[in-house]
Design a protein around this ligand. Structure first.
Ligand code: G4P
Length: 288
C-alpha cells in the first residue's frame, strides 16, 4: 500500500537505526496519540532490542484526552513509560529530559557509585514519517535544525544537539515504516494524514473516517458540520454514511453542475478539517 516502503527500504532503515543505537543510551519512540498502535512500527521491539525506551504520544492536542490516558496506563503495564506531548506548541516537551534521566537513573547511580562522572545522556528519536520527529527535535533544540543530511548528495556527519545540560540528541531521527498489513491501519493512517491521500482513494478514506466518527463522536461531528440530530447515522448502513458525506459537501459548497455534490472535493474538505482538529479531539484506537 505505501509503495515507498518496499523490503529494500525497510532493511536499510533498520540498519541505519541499528547503527545509531550503538551511539546512544535511550530511544524516544514517537507515536501518534490518536493511533498508538497503527502509528507504531510492527518490529519495534526487535529493532530496539533492549535499549531503554521512552514512548512519546505526539499530537496529543488532537487526540481524545480520556483515551490518551488509557494508553498511558496501557503502556505502563507493558513496562514502558509513555507521555502525551504536543510538539507543535511545545506542551509536555519540557518534561522529556527529566523522564529520560528517570529512565536511566539506575545506570547513572551506578556510575556515580563507581566514582565516575556521568556524561550527558545520548538519545535518538525514532518514528514513522509525519509523526512529528523534526518538530520535536526542533522543540527540544529550541531552534530549527536543518535536515541537510536527508538530501541526496549531501553528506553530513552525525551532529549532537544539546538539550539542557544533561541530554544530547542525535540531529537526524530514525525513520521507521508503519504497520500496513491490515487495510484498516492504512485507512487510519490516511485519515490522520500520516500517509498521503493519493495512496488510497480519498473518498474511501473519508467514508472510513465518517463511519468511525459517527459511531464514536457523533455529537461533535454533527455539530461541526451542522447536521440535524435526527440525521440517520447507522455506521453499518453505507447509504447513510454516503448521505452524510453529501450533506457535508452541500454545507461546504462542494457542488458540480446540476447541484450534485462533488464527493471527492467534499471528502478532501472533510479530511482537512478533521486533521486540523476543527471537529475537536478524537482518537481512532483505544487499548481496552
Ligand atoms: P516527521 O519529521 O516525523 O516526518 O514529522 P514533522 O515534524 O515534519 O511533522 C509532520 C506534521 O505534523 C507537520 O505538519 C507538523 O507541524 C505536525 N505536527 C508535529 N507535531 C505535532 C503536534 O504535536 N500537534 C499537531 N497538531 N501537529 C503536529 P505539516 O502540516 O506537515 O506542516 P506544517 O503545517 O507544520 O508546516
Amino acid at each position: 500500500m505505501t509503495i515507498q516502503w518496499f523490503p529494500g527500504h525497510m532493511t536499510r532503515a533498520r540498519r541505519q537505526i541499528q547503527e545509531k543505537l550503538k551511539l546512544i543510551d535511550v530511544v524516544i519512540e514517537l507515536i501518534d496519540a490518536r493511533l498508538p498502535l497503527s502509528s507504531r512500527n510492527p518490529m519495534i521491539d526487535e529493532i530496539l532490542q533492549n535499549k531503554p525506551r521512552l514512548i512519546i504520544m505526539n499530537k496529543a492536542d488532537l487526540a481524545d484526552p480520556a483515551v490518551t490516558k488509557q494508553w498511558q496506563d496501557y503502556f505502563k503495564e507493558q513496562g514502558h513509560p509513555a507521555f502525551p506531548v504536543d510538539a507543535s506548541s511545545g506542551t509536555g516537551v519540557k518534561d522529556i529530559p527529566a523522564q529520560l534521566k528517570l529512565l536511566l537513573k539506575e545506570k547513572i547511580d551506578r556510575q556515580i557509585a563507581k566514582g565516575m562522572n556521568p556524561r550527558a545522556i545520548r538519545a535518538l528519536i525514532v518514528g514513522i514519517p509525519n509523526v512529528g520527529k523534526s518538530t520535536l527535535i526542533n522543540r527540544l533544540a529550541g531552534r530549527s535544525i536543518a535536515a541537510t543530511g536527508d538530501r541526496p548528495g549531501v553528506t553530513k556527519g552525525q551532529q549532537w544537539i544539546k538539550v539542557g545540560g544533561e541530554i544530547e540528541l542525535l540531529d537526524t531521527p530514525g525513520i521507521l515504516w508503519p504497520k500496513f498489513e491490515d487495510q484498516n491501519v492504512g485507512y487510519k493512517l490516511a485519515v490522520t494524514g500520516a500517509i498521503k491521500e493519493e495512496i488510497l482513494n480519498v473518498e474511501d478514506i473519508a467514508f472510513f473516517a465518517v463511519k468511525y466518527l459517527v459511531s464514536y463522536y457523533w455529537d461533535p461531528f454533527r455539530e461541526r458540520f451542522e447536521l440535524d440530530d435526527s440525521t440517520p447515522h447507522n455506521p453499518d448502513e453505507s447509504d447513510e454514511i454516503v448521505a452524510i458525506m453529501e450533506a457535508v459537501g452541500r454545507k461546504r459548497g462542494c457542488l458540480i453542475s446540476g447541484g450534485r455534490v462533488d464527493l471527492e472535493k467534499a471528502s478532501r474538505t472533510l479530511l482537512r478539517e478533521l486533521r486540523a482538529g476543527k471537529m475537536g479531539r478524537f482518537s481512532m484506537e483505544s487499548p481496552y
